[in-house]
Write a protein that binds this ligand. Structure first.
Ligand code: HEM
Length: 410
């Protein structure tokens, strides 16, 4: 990048090797609007720059890690790449970030908050939810199918994880509409919208937590109120922090995965035919779709001055882990930017790695697999509505805001 471009884009600290500076705003790049969806655009960007380490002067200035090897190493080296004081990007206007335990904590505090959630989201506990999820997902699909066209994002991808989450937490389902708009805004690239949504969620959670302190129910909030950290029951700040994290981790991730994977499926009639013929392959398809359409980024803060694979990093630098590029890295996945349900090696990093690996992966997989099983049982072949262009937005999560589908009569 030449000096003039760097000056226009933002600040480049003195310690950054100019050869590593690229003029890439990962959230706003123009290529997103000319390519075939955000993932293809990201792959195009990786082909242009290569998978390595770069500094982007945009969004306050941050490192970008774009290869599988580097991202995996960063996740597995938490003493160098810290989770505390990390920032979501684009950064909040006042520099503030919500406190999100255990995600925004390092050892040893991290494990104290992770432990209660490990038990709450264990595979055995999640399995008990399957029948309810199947019934609910089936009815969502039946409602959708009643027309001959519909916005998949609005009718299914958004309400599906929201309602499941509200039931698990013990929230009032009559507030679904407000809840959905806050959930949507938590991933809004407009930072003021994000800030407002976080405030509204905190207020709602505070109300429900207060009610559960008086009267326990059979829900996650009541369970958390009876957990202990350092021998003490959780106070309001701890409860609100945990709820806020679950809110930001459990909703838009699943919504985005549903929209990005359906965007693929709707354009792949061969895959639709195969999954209808061989429903036992749906689990494999979900893994390959999670790999190819990973929807999140992660960020870390460098804890000391270091030479990391030739890049001079300083204590306090922010690092963005571009997970979708780790998962299409051709060094690990032959033909990594293409979908191949028969690929032998599908071990992806969509759920992260290291101490902060996703605690909700069992729930997310159950939601996705159950959804597709019911979808292929109930729906005829679908395709993108040629009259509607899917719009997508990119913040720490990549998602389609609308995904209009059409289908012929069953
Ligand atoms: C397809 C859906 C999902 C994806 C792609 C996903 C992805 C991720 C990733 C990449 C991380 C690590 C972030 C980092 O290292 O900074 C993470 C952490 C986390 N996820 Fe998920 N997630 C999904 C669904 C869920 C769900 C449904 C829950 C609900 C419980 C959940 C709960 C969590 C929690 C609690 C953490 C923090 C763990 C810790 O810090 O120890 N996730 N997720």
């Amino acid at each position: 990048m030449n000096e003039q471009a760097a000056m226009t884009a933002g600040h480049v600290p003195d310690h950054i090797d100019p050869k590593l500076v690229i003029d890439l705003d990962i959230f706003q790049d123009r290529r997103y609007h000319s390519a075939d969806g955000p993932h293809r655009a990201l792959q195009g960007i990786a082909e242009e720059f290569g998978r390595s380490i770069y500094w982007s002067p945009h969004n306050g200035g941050h490192w970008l890690l774009t290869s599988h090897e580097l991202i995996f190493e960063a996740w597995r080296t938490p003493d160098l790449f810290s989770s505390s004081a990390v920032a979501a990007l684009p950064p909040m206007p006042d520099g503030s970030e919500p406190w999100l335990p255990p995600l925004s904590l390092d050892a040893p505090e991290h494990m104290k908050y992770r432990m209660p959630l490990i038990r709450a989201f264990s595979p055995a506990r999640i399995r008990t939810m399957e029948q309810d999820i199947r019934l609910f997902v089936g009815s969502l699909i039946n409602d959708f199918k009643a027309g001959r066209r519909g916005d998949f994002a609005d009718a299914i991808a958004e309400p599906l994880p929201s309602i499941i989450f509200m039931k698990i937490m013990g929230l009032d389902l009559t507030r679904l509409k407000e809840f959905r708009s806050w959930a949507r805004n938590m991933a809004n690239p407009d930072t003021q919208e994000r800030l407002d949504a976080a405030g509204q969620i905190a207020a709602m959670m505070a109300e429900v937590i207060a009610a559960r302190r008086v009267q326990r129910e059979d829900d996650l909030l009541s369970y958390l109120l009876d957990c202990e950290i350092d021998g003490r029951k959780l106070d309001d700040r701890q409860m609100e922090g945990l709820c806020m994290l679950l809110f930001s981790a459990a909703l838009d991730t699943v919504t985005s995965t549903l929209t990005t994977t359906m965007h693929h499926i709707a354009r792949d009639p061969g895959l639709q035919a195969r999954l209808r013929r061989e429903p036992q392959m749906i689990g494999e398809a979900v893994e390959e779709l999670l790999r190819l359409y990973s929807v999140t980024f992660a960020s870390r803060r460098v804890t000391r001055d270091v030479d990391f694979h030739g890049a001079t990093m300083r204590k306090g630098d922010l690092v963005l882990l571009v997970i979708p590029l780790a998962n299409s890295d051709p060094l690990l996945f032959a033909g990594g930017s293409g979908f191949d349900i028969d690929r032998a090696f599908k071990t992806h990093l969509a759920f992260g790695a290291g101490p902060h690996r996703c605690l909700g992966s069992h729930l997310a997989r159950l939601e996705l697999v159950t959804f597709f099983e019911e979808w292929f049982r109930r729906m005829p072949d679908v395709r993108l509505d040629p009259g509607c262009t899917p719009r997508f937005s990119i913040s720490m999560v990549l998602t389609f805001d609308n995904l209009d589908l059409v289908w012929d009569g069953a």
